[in-house]
Design a protein around this ligand. Structure first.
Ligand code: ATP
Length: 198
């Protein structure tokens, strides 16, 4: 299996690019989706989270993300404890999905991970596509999509590794600052490059 990484920054257009890749027939696995699946009601992952963070499972048996977020947001130790529960399970879920794809004869998969580079995971990818926009475009799209004022948008951008740093680790940079047609043309070229490998 050829595994490629896909990443970007908040509101840089990763979902847009993922949609285009899927239209081209690419298999894209989303780390955020896997991270939610491993704590669905009834999973051992949720049981472990509930044991370590009492009170974060609601009466409906579902994880209360707001409560959990409040416990880990500003506490690195608690966040590390949560990650120690979640990350190995996400890795396992990823490998299971890859095996299922392999069994169907799929030869390449794109792993969409918001924190791919921060987590050092780009090291074990065959190639990495970074969805990049200039910071002012990123800020404007973030404000308009999420209804944020400039200060709130700045705070979110400041909490992330800048896209200008992420692009230094890119095998392919997808510049999403122009028209969607321009992005689509770049996505097609990246997908062709991925098809050419292996
Ligand atoms: P996040 O990771 O924060 O969820 P994302 O990287 O997946 O964001 P998108 O949701 O794809 O980003 O795009 C962010 C916003 O910018 C959306 O409102 C989207 O409609 C808009 N957008 C994306 N690409 C373009 C483009 N090329 N031109 C104009 N608007 C765009």
């Amino acid at each position: 299996m050829h595994v490629f990484g896909l990443t970007g920054g908040i509101a840089s257009g990763k979902s847009t690019v993922t949609r285009m890749l899927r239209e081209l027939g690419a298999e894209v696995l989303d780390a955020d989706v896997l991270a939610r699946e491993v704590v669905e009601p009834g999973t051992p992952g949720l049981a472990d989270v509930a044991a370590r963070f009492p009170g974060v499972v609601g009466p409906d048996g579902r994880l209360d993300r707001v409560k959990l977020g409040a416990r880990v947001f500003s506490d690195a130790h608690e966040r590390a404890a949560l990650n120690a529960i979640i990350h190995p399970r996400v890795r396992e879920a990823f490998l299971e999905k890859v095996q299922a794809l392999e069994a169907r004869g799929v030869a390449r998969v794109i792993y969409d991970v918001p924190l791919l580079i921060e987590a050092g995971m780009h090291e074990w990818m065959e190639g990495v596509a970074v969805v990049w926009v200039p910071r002012d475009v990123q800020k404007a799209r973030l404000m308009s999509r999420d209804g944020l004022d400039a200060a709130a948008a700045e705070a979110r951008l400041a909490a992330q590794l800048p896209l200008d740093s992420k692009r230094q680790h890119a095998t392919w940079v997808i510049d999403n600052s122009g028209e969607l047609a321009s992005t689509r043309a770049q996505v097609e070229s990246v997908w062709r490059a991925m098809l050419a490998r292996g």
